[in-house]
Design a protein around this ligand. Structure first.
Ligand SMILES: Nc1nc2c(ncn2[C@@H]2O[C@H](COP(=O)(O)OP(=O)(O)OP(=O)(O)O)[C@@H](O)[C@H]2O)c(=O)[nH]1
Ligand SMILES: [Mg+2]
Length: 374
């Protein structure tokens, strides 16, 4: 199963996003550092199901089909907020970074409303900076990759000398546990201008450049601009899109998605995750507080952003950044069924074009300046 890791500063809404996607009940609060250890659950990525195109009624086994949409399971990992020095172990940071690095793709959640300060405490919306928060976390991640490389340099040398491996193969072997493939290594060496430079001649700048490249190439990342229901968020969201490119930033309101999914589960509304609206089942049964909430969700999210963005974030991460295709294996090609007659029983995701890169526009800032940029 594909693994999607959720990273970001404390209080940005990572666990809210996780709960919305998995419908679990991990603790959420407006105090910094609520999540102490990673939460792991299963969520679903939504894609148009081929049942409509083929004109058949399906009986999914490994996934679900609702209103012509196929929901395919993915593993979701919600990580504790990272602090400065996490890469070197502060606040168990290196353990959490290691879990993040074992994901196939990352969602980097930022508070687009700017309502957390530099320490992650709740403040007046607009006072915090999602861009600065993003770079703080990225710095931890890249430093962790760099430390990991330097700590394993001896092993790389041993693999090259002892087994006669070429550098790209030795690096791939050492980094395989964090889902680094050989083509990632070759591309990173190339972009960091290190192809042909003997490994023993690498200096700190070279390690930094390679770490930066390998982080972005092997771990595609979508920025989730969360708390879009709050004021000021739009301005920050547009700024993030301008900096990183439109396709790498998705507007989101995890809290609203969580509320809608819970209301749907309780039978109060009809709502298919990711759809551009919802329906109240019986308006006469709503309390004044529920009426206010419905009005808030409609005016602050659906009227402005069309959807909550939670499902869209998963779909973009899987289909645009990881470039997955959905395949429906069947045994009976006429009936589109398995041996037992289940029509379109399974949907699996397979990478479409592993050698094409989708990297954000500009990812170097502060100490990262000086390393190579795309
Ligand atoms: N307005 C608004 N508030 C949100 C949204 N998502 C989360 N929040 C609030 O933000 C606060 C922090 O949410 P959490 O999900 O606990 O944040 P976290 O990133 O997991 O925090 P740590 O576990 O401390 O790293 C809570 O008060 C949430 O209710 C959103 O979309 N809109
Ligand atoms: Mg949390």
């Amino acid at each position: 199963m594909l693994r999607i890791g959720i990273i970001g500063k404390t209080n940005t809404g990572k666990t809210t996003f996780f709960n919305a996607v998995t419908m679990l009940n991990a603790e959420i609060s407006n105090y910094p550092f609520t999540t102490k250890t990673p939460n792991i659950g299963v969520g679903y990525v939504k894609t148009p199901c081929v049942c409509r195109e083929l004109g058949v009624k399906d009986n999914p086994k490994n996934s679900a089909c609702i209103n012509g949409w196929r929901f395919i399971p993915v593993e979701i990992v919600d990580l504790p907020g990272l602090i400065k020095g996490a890469w070197a172990g502060a606040g168990l940071g290196n353990q959490f970074l290691s879990v993040a690095a074992q994901s196939d793709v990352l969602l980097h959640v930022v508070d687009a409303s700017g309502s957390i300060n530099a320490k992650g405490e709740i403040c007046e919306p607009g006072m915090g900076s999602p861009l600065a928060d993003y770079y703080d976390i990225e710095e931890e991640l890249i430093r962790w990759y760099m430390k990991n490389l330097i700590d394993n340099a001896e092993q790389v040398r041993r693999l090259m000398q002892g087994r006669g491996l070429e550098l790209s193969k030795a690096l791939t072997e050492v980094l395989a546990g964090i889902k680094v493939k050989e083509w990632h290594v070759k591309e990173a060496l190339n972009r960091a201008k290190l192809t042909g430079i003997p490994f023993e001649d690498w200096d700190d700048e070279d390690f930094k450049a390679f770490a930066t490249e390998i982080r972005y190439i092997s771990k595609p990342t979508l920025i989730v601009a969360n708390k879009m229901d709050l004021p000021v968020a739009e301005k920050n969201f547009l700024g993030l899109q301008e900096t990183f490119g439109e396709r790498f930033v998705v507007p989101c309101s995890a809290d609203v998605e969580l509320m809608l999914r819970r209301a749907e589960k309780a039978g109060a509304i009809s709502y298919v995750p990711g759809e551009e609206g919802f329906k109240v089942k019986d308006e006469s049964k709503l309390t004044p507080k529920q009426k206010w909430a419905i009005n808030y969700v409609q005016s602050r999210v659906f009227d402005k952003w069309l959807r909550t963005g939670v499902d869209q974030a998963l779909a973009i991460a899987v289909f645009k950044l990881l470039m997955m295709n959905v395949v429906y294996p069947v045994e009976d090609a006429k009936r589109y069924s398995d041996k037992r007659g289940n029509v379109l029983p399974d949907a699996f995701m397979l990478p479409r074009a592993p050698h094409r890169l989708t990297l954000p526009g500009r990812y170097t800032q502060s100490w990262l300046k000086g390393s190579s940029t795309p």
